[in-house]
Design a protein around this ligand. Structure first.
Ligand code: HEM
Length: 121
């Protein structure tokens, strides 16, 4: 429904474009490397797998263990919400059908909320 792998690539490009430019994402942008190229590639692999596509993420990087992989970054409600704001804007940019946007945002909220490892805002 997102347009296959090309659609996921468009979504992830839009996501990091927002992370790069939104004032409310400055904090989470600073957690990432200056060059987002490799992170972008990994998120494409992850989302393709998570959305039911080929299991390339697991093949290349093993079990996602996302909470553990995020343990080194202080993630509280503000960081969660900034991540979700970038993804919400990206889904709108790629013109995902509204029902799909709502369904994906509900799922992303659960994952992002589960990643919280600090109460600090
Ligand atoms: C809640 C707020 C979040 C913050 C602040 C955050 C931040 C980060 C950071 C700083 C990295 C490391 C990037 C790098 O190594 O270059 C990362 C990696 C990653 N994040 Fe997040 N993230 C968040 C939520 C999410 C969510 C909700 C998902 C999935 C839906 C996700 C999926 C990933 C994946 C797949 C990786 C790469 C893991 C790997 O190295 O294999 N993140 N994230």
């Amino acid at each position: 429904m997102l347009g296959g792998e090309a659609g996921v690539v468009r979504l992830v490009d839009a996501f990091y474009r927002h992370m790069d430019t939104r004032p409310d994402a400055r904090g989470i942008r600073a957690m990432h490397e200056p060059d987002l190229a490799s992170t972008r590639t990994v998120l494409v692999l992850y989302l393709c797998e998570w959305l039911g596509g080929p299991k390339q993420y697991t093949a290349q990087r093993g079990h996602p263990r996302l909470r553990m992989r995020h343990a080194g970054f202080a993630i509280g409600p503000a960081e969660r919400d900034a991540w979700l704001a970038c993804m919400g804007a990206a889904l709108a940019d790629v013109n995902a059908p509204p029902a799909l946007q709502a369904e994906l945002m509900a799922a992303f909220f659960k994952t992002a909320d589960w990643m919280r490892n600090t109460a600090a805002a």
